[in-house]
Design a protein around this ligand. Structure first.
Ligand code: ATP
Ligand code: MG
Length: 243
């Protein structure tokens, strides 16, 4: 559906239609539409813009992916529907592997998401057809991890469940989350949380990664070390409460 250019809420409605179209194609789960609504509410309260805290978090996140030995990006239906092209570019710039990981998991949806990523330029997509629960202590379908995430030392997650974030951290991995809700368990548990819409956060991460990729590991680690996630989250929460 095309929203007229003059419509004052065009951007927001266009994103909704990307999701409803992807739902009709079997890429997005019905509950994914509701999850988007929760994100929209926070985005509205934040003025639908990238605050400086989110920019700083995106820089630290890119540095963390570049410094990692084996970075991975976890992709679900909503992130594929909204940002497949940017996910492919970020993977290329940071050397991260892509893996499909779903809460409402079906093989059909895994294959469709893989195909969306391949059509957007990704080379290899992991995580399709894994039958075993491989993340210790996690009982949801998200426990079915493939080698990209299992071997990763840093994982980027979007629209994530707090319990998997926790379990990935228990496995010794660093977790970066993009989550518009600074109060969610995911946001609170991640090492770096970008409180921004993925449609803005991923282009910012790509830009930072391009700027940082000439740095050595130690310099990248210093960028990560200078970032304070707890303070960043508190400042974003204050923006919502007082803004
Ligand atoms: P948690 O288990 O971490 O507490 P939750 O149960 O609150 O999370 P879920 O429904 O599991 O939330 O996941 C949706 C999350 O993704 C919400 O926090 C929502 O704000 C966020 N979200 C939705 N759409 C976007 C988007 N486009 N960009 C960034 N974040 C988003
Ligand atoms: Mg949840």
């Amino acid at each position: 559906m095309t929203v007229p250019v003059s419509h004052p809420r065009k951007m927001s409605l266009d994103l909704r239609h990307r999701l409803t179209d992807a739902f009709e194609r079997g890429v997005v789960a019905s509950a994914g539409l509701i999850a988007h609504g929760r994100g929209e509410a926070f985005d509205y309260l934040l003025g639908e813009r990238t605050w400086e805290q989110a920019g700083e978090a995106a820089t630290a996140a890119s540095a963390l992916l570049l410094a990692a030995e084996k970075p991975a990006i976890s992709v679900n239906g909503n992130s594929a529907a909204l940002s497949a092209a940017e996910i492919g570019v970020l993977a290329r710039v940071t050397g991260a592997k892509l893996e499909v990981n779903l809460f409402y998991r079906t093989l059909d949806r895994e294959e469709r998401i893989r195909d969306v990523l391949l059509a957007a330029g990704a080379d290899t997509v992991y995580g399709v057809g894994v039958e075993e629960n491989t993340v210790p202590g996690l009982e949801s379908e998200r426990s079915k991890s493939d080698t990209a995430i299992l071997e990763a030392d840093a994982v980027l997650v979007m629209l994530e469940d707090g319990d998997r974030t926790e379990k990935l951290k228990d496995m010794g991995k660093k977790v970066i989350a993009v989550d518009l809700n600074p109060l969610s368990r995911t946001a609170q548990k991640a090492d770096i949380t970008i409180v921004d819409n993925i449609v803005r956060a991923l282009p910012n991460m790509i830009e930072s990664a391009k700027e940082l990729r000439g740095l050595g590991r130690e310099e990248l680690r210093a960028v990560v070390g200078a970032f304070d996630n707890e303070r960043n989250l508190k400042e974003m929460e204050d923006r919502i409460r007082n803004g």
